[in-house]
Write a protein that binds this ligand. Structure first.
Ligand code: COA
Length: 153
């Protein structure tokens, strides 16, 4: 008996039926996770919602909006066991291509001030820190600032 060859990981559009798997990752990687409703609203609003999948196993996802000439990455996650293997970067590059196809001038995102790993990834791709949103995020025992980052396309 021979083992079935494994499918290569792929990026595809997020569907409602993916949300059980997505919520497991969301609760694993974020202390203040999005709700299932946030993802349902993103899909029904036709935001650009994509997942990372291999052999029907979902291991990451992200959501981006496209408005006028600006895109905004609202969330991006890779399951803990799959981190530091280049998948976060691949998903961002996918969003960059999509934003370019839609003739966007720039992509914006917010990142927690304490999330040094994510900020490093964004800076490596070319995002610049352009400002702060004071006390933007809930945090243990208070609020935390967001750093606003932008990539000119
Ligand atoms: C942030 C996140 C999406 C990055 O995804 P990833 O697949 O682990 O990132 P990549 O493997 O593509 O990282 C590429 C490079 O970014 C930098 N980087 C990414 N995560 C890092 C970390 N935790 N610490 C330091 N550098 C990091 C490194 O330079 C890395 O290259 P290297 O592994 O060769 O050193 C992922 O860690 C995650 O889902 N974290 C929890 C949720 C989160 O914080 N989301 C972002 C909200 S703004």
């Amino acid at each position: 008996m021979s083992a079935q060859p494994q499918e290569s990981p792929k990026i595809r559009q997020m569907l409602e039926r993916d949300l059980d798997a997505i919520m497991l990752i969301e609760k694993e990687v974020f202390l203040f996770p999005w709700t299932r409703g946030n993802f349902e609203d993103s899909i029904s609003s036709r935001y650009h919602c994509y997942i990372l999948e291999m052999d029907k196993f979902i291991f990451g996802y992200g959501v981006m909006t496209i408005n006028l000439d600006e895109a905004h990455i609202l969330t991006l996650s890779v399951a803990s066991a799959w981190q530091r293997a280049g998948w976060g970067e691949k998903l961002i590059q996918h969003f960059i291509s999509l934003a370019k196809e839609h003739h966007m001038n720039s992509i914006f995102l917010e990142v927690r001030k304490s999330n040094l790993g994510a900020a490093k990834l964004y800076e490596q791709i070319g995002f610049k820190k352009i400002g702060f949103r004071p006390e933007y995020y809930p945090a243990m025992g208070g609020r935390e600032d967001a750093i606003i980052m932008a990539l000119a396309l």
